[in-house]
Design a protein. Structure first.
Length: 298
């Protein structure tokens, strides 16, 4: 039987720089049958260079060691390919890892990377940026910007950024169409959602599925944190006076003024127009059995 080869793409800046991931990975695979090859991402890694590394490795699986940004980078290299991507969650939020039930403990995640099952999911192309988790304009994008500007990480820093955003962000005028319906609205934010929840655990998109070939547009009219918490705890539908949800395969949003914009936790500046479309069967992610595709038995 062929030995399974895993290529680990390691972001050395992940995990506050306190853990030597390369050392942990080598130690873990010392007495296992799988072959582990490691590549440490340099600063400002060029996509062309990383694609060549992945192609030359001829690995059975490519493992993203880092946060959602590292996963996005690997996914861009393997878009619409047959090579599964595994995740070792080592970022600040680890949104997709939490979404897919991937363990946060590194040895459990390494075991899953080697033995888990691939699940095919869709993605979204937003202003030519690949989104595999969540993107948004408005309040949360501004919060991401403020969080990035602070020197430390963690929940205290997040709370500081949240407090600043609540006091300083203003609503925006948005316009978009879903089918024959055109929506013109003042809004705190608009989320373009592949997944169901942010890395903080806050569920913004309770109807989201990663493999249904649709994405959701969440129109947040008010600063409705309590409304989102209500959904999270009680599973009751959104109050449409505060939050509305739409499903679609494509989207074009215009805003009256330039607004803050983020994709998968990366702040990308201000925009006044957003175009999004679904990418069906975009990537394969290694997941636990509880999140694996159901197989029918005859």
């Amino acid at each position: 039987m062929k030995t399974k080869k895993l290529l680990f793409i390691i972001n050395p800046g992940s995990g506050h720089g306190t853990q030597n991931f390369a050392e942990t990975i080598v130690s873990f695979f010392n007495d296992r049958e799988e072959q582990a090859e490691l590549y440490q991402l340099p600063k400002n890694c060029a996509m062309k260079e990383l694609k060549a590394i992945i192609k030359n490795a001829k690995a059975d699986r490519v493992v993203a060691v880092g946060g959602d940004g590292t996963l996005k980078l690997v996914a861009e290299c393997l878009l619409e390919s047959e090579t599964p991507i595994a995740i070792i969650p080592a970022g600040s939020a680890n949104g997709m890892a939490k979404e897919l039930g991937i363990p946060l403990e590194i040895n459990e995640a390494l075991d899953l990377a080697a033995s888990g099952q691939p699940k095919q999911i869709h993605a979204i192309l937003i202003n030519n940026q690949l989104c595999i988790h969540l993107a948004d304009i408005g309040f949360n994008a501004y919060l991401v910007k403020k969080f990035d500007e602070l020197p430390e990480r963690g929940m205290i820093t997040y709370a500081k950024a949240l407090w600043h955003a609540l006091w300083n962000h203003r609503k925006m005028d948005v316009e978009f169409s879903i089918g024959p319906k055109t929506i013109r609205q003042k809004a705190a934010m608009v989320a373009i959602a592949n997944a169901t929840q942010y890395g903080t655990g806050l569920q913004i998109n309770p109807d989201g599925k990663l493999d249904d070939e649709l994405f959701e547009v969440i129109l947040v009219k008010e600063y409705a944190v309590m409304e989102i918490l209500k959904i999270w705890i009680s599973k009751l539908p959104f109050n449409p006076k505060k939050i509305e949800s739409f499903q679609t395969t494509k989207l074009h949003i215009n805003t009256k003024h330039r607004v803050h914009f983020q994709v998968d936790g990366e702040y990308l500046g201000k925009i006044s127009a957003l175009k999004a479309k679904i990418i069906p069967r975009a990537i394969q992610i290694v997941v636990p059995a509880s999140h694996a595709p159901k197989t029918s038995s005859k």
